[in-house]
Design a protein around this ligand. Sequence first.
Ligand SMILES: *Cc1c(COP(=O)(O)O)cnc(C)c1O
Length: 365
Amino acid sequence: MIDCCELAPPHVRAIAPYQPGKPVSELAREFGLPEAAIVKLASNENPLGPSPLALAAAQDALVDMALYPDGAGFALKAKLSARLGVTHDQIVLGNGSNDVLDIAAQAFLSPQTSSVHAQHAFAVYPIATQTVGARSIEVPAKDYGHDLAAMRAAIRDDTRVVWIANPNNPTGTFLPWGEIEAFLETVPRQVLVVLDEAYGEYLPPADRCDTAAWLARFPNLLITRTFSKAYGLAGLRVGYGLGHPDVIDLMNRVRHPFNVNLPALAAAEAALDDGEFLARSYALNTAGMAQLTAGLAELGVGTVPSKGNFLLAKVGDAARINLELLKRGVIVRPVANYGLPEFLRVSVGLAGQNARFLDALKASL
Ligand SMILES: *Cc1c(COP(=O)(O)O)cnc(C)c1O
């Protein structure tokens, strides 16, 4: 390793890099396949693409690309504020919600502190923690999901952040909101609880909860949401956090002044107005999840019940099966880096894409 890297902080050199889904273009190059023949179900993207309203708004915004975007994101915050019953000073915008998670780590963690997350939880939590030199405490999972009692017990004097994803990625596991509410009651107020709701829009109505209403009772709660999944704007990068004004104020000091770009702001505003698209995304996901669950059961492949737009399939030698799927032009996500070497995570796609995956899997097993 070259000298300047050798001398980089050990906590940076120790970070396990985030492993994204393989891009279609990369598989096409590697296996000499035409891009059109490839199905990617690896990044929990919306198979419907973006809302047409969001696409039009982003296109309209491009003529102003010589200008800086509104660094305060006033118009988007106004829409969120009206919809969610929070004030502008309770909202922080991010370049994807990943950015919001990073900003939280930068604002609340330091080398003398620790954060707590669950085994098999979203990989960004330890990365964000370790990037700022803090210590990650990983708590063993219970039934692939978060064990809140064990997470509460893992909080130490130096713990400043607890990360919870509900539903969690890559497992799709879901905690009843009452359990999270009870957890919040017991967490010391000097610990920020980050509640990551990236897949909230995919929850069936009976499982939804107005967690923003909790902010009045829990000043140490930060809720994160994204336009990347059900809203179909992953490529534009826009998400947000909701919290106490003091929490948001600290985060706004750390974030880049223009962290959400111009077309992203415009598209997110328009996406919020496209209820029809959101309903279609939800319905497609419900049908696709049923198709995948039934298809996998037929193949004798076990699954972990999921409330997201993806599903863990227990295929055994996942590295081998993954390679077989790639050869057949199907990209899913290996999750050995999450401590799940027997599983592949498959995102719910269009009916034809789901069928392609199931056929390729059948041939691969
Ligand atoms: C996808 C995802 C996110 C957010 O991604 P962004 O595109 O950065 O908004 C956050 N948390 C979880 C658990 C996710 O799966």
